[in-house]
Design a protein around this ligand. Sequence first.
Ligand code: UDP
Ligand code: MN
Length: 247
Amino acid sequence: NMPTIFVVTPTYTRLTQRADITRFVNTIKHVEKMHWIVIEDSEHPTEAVRELMAESGIPGTQLYTKTPENSEKKDGMERFQYHRGVDQRNLALNKIAAMGDKNAIVYFADDDNTYSLEVFDEMRKTERVSVWPVAFVGGQKYERPIVVDGKVKKWHVSWHPERTYPTDMASFAFHSSLLHTGRVPQFSHEWRQGFLESGFLEQLLDSPEDLEPRGDNCTKILVWHTRTMDVNIKREAKLRAEPFIKV
Ligand code: UDP
Ligand code: MN
């Protein structure tokens, strides 16, 4: 009885959004038994995302919540940078918890990364929390857990290696049973930049040794933290306005 995979994707309106989401859909279309939760960082749901989700044919839920502006420390002291995706992922976690599926896996999948199909097969085996390497992140070719005798003993990570779980959002998935053991785990704006994953995983597990290494003991790259480059539209202004077509 195969668990459902809840794929949680925060997204926001930008020129390359349709390109990114189209590429993402073309991957997850091939994944069976999944439910796609898309959370827009906006005050209203958009027609673009509604359309992309409908055309995908993938069962899903469209949510939205705008990341709040920080009204308190605008100027003056050090600029407080809000994390991306905090409120969006929290909303999705509460929604999934409320849906009450006891046989499911949850994965945070940003809209611009590159995902092998194999990573979905691997995460489907999750009992509590699975982990695997991620390429093109942290100023490295890849970051990965180092596995000794089947357990995560240390990390091939250079950026803030003192984090309890120094690993990327795309590197782990967890079982829905962990949403039903009391308080729903959440992300917090209070945590330092780059500490979201570690702070979240600390709520799920007691130690890195509880992680279940996937992808041949974390020796295979199954996810790439790719980023879409900004498009040069400098010459748009030189042309007469054209009848509008969606990009
Ligand atoms: N995102 C968002 N609001 C923003 C910026 C980003 O919801 O203001 C989403 C974005 O679509 C992606 C995730 O949050 O799914 C991570 O953002 P991004 O890919 O820009 O982060 P990076 O890969 O550069 O760390
Ligand atoms: Mn990204």
